[in-house]
Design a protein. Sequence first.
Length: 264
Amino acid sequence: MPQLQAVKSSLHSQFSWLPFSHYLFAAADNVVPLLVNEFKQASAVSPIAFSKTKEGFNPVLMMGLKEKDNLLVTAQGEWLGSYVPAYYRSHPFCMAINQRGEALLCFHQDSECVLDYLPPEGMGKHFLVEKELSPELSEIKDFLQTVENTRMASNAFCSSCEDLGLFIPWKIEPKPDAEPLAINGLYCIDENKLKSLPVGQTKSLVDSGAMGAMYYHLSSLHLINHLVLLKAKHEDAAAKEITSSVSPDLFTSARDNDLVDLDW
């Protein structure tokens, strides 16, 4: 689990950070939280699935075929995809909810990007300027608040799918003679049930934009084959100690990293 600490003027006036230059901090993530507004871009990168917690269902981008194995990150920390999920773009910062339900700006204490001193000018970005968030950190906080606001749409989308009984366990059938895939605990939308919904419910999903998101999800599921291919290339690269053989060209090009507003 990441070690998070809330940014406080009383503690972090001398702290700074370096913008991350690689994605090794994500190398042990086989899934990453995703916003429904990201489905269009993410569906060109890797399978979109759903995880289930006691609070309900949540969308995730599947990036590995086993725990602690992110196939979208090379041994050098290069990202093998045309889209980077919003969850990663603010590293080493994130928002966390405290026991009083307040959203706090936090940072990953164990990140190599975080410095507990102020480096020479031009070599890092300050947490604070005169006890207020620096302009750079204020910009990151604004982005994170936008992400949190957008999360409400994701929660509403998942609640609608759950109310309609659309979620089913994702059972991945391996190709003949292929190695079985041990993937448990992920869910997908039942396309047959989706097609059988009454006309009124279908129209409501289309009008709200939710139907489009559902089909971005469904269209992404076949990319499990890309993960299988990436796994083989990673293994081959490790054996040859040549990780450059893993190429981003395995993916189609879709480089719009902006969040998309959908009405639901």
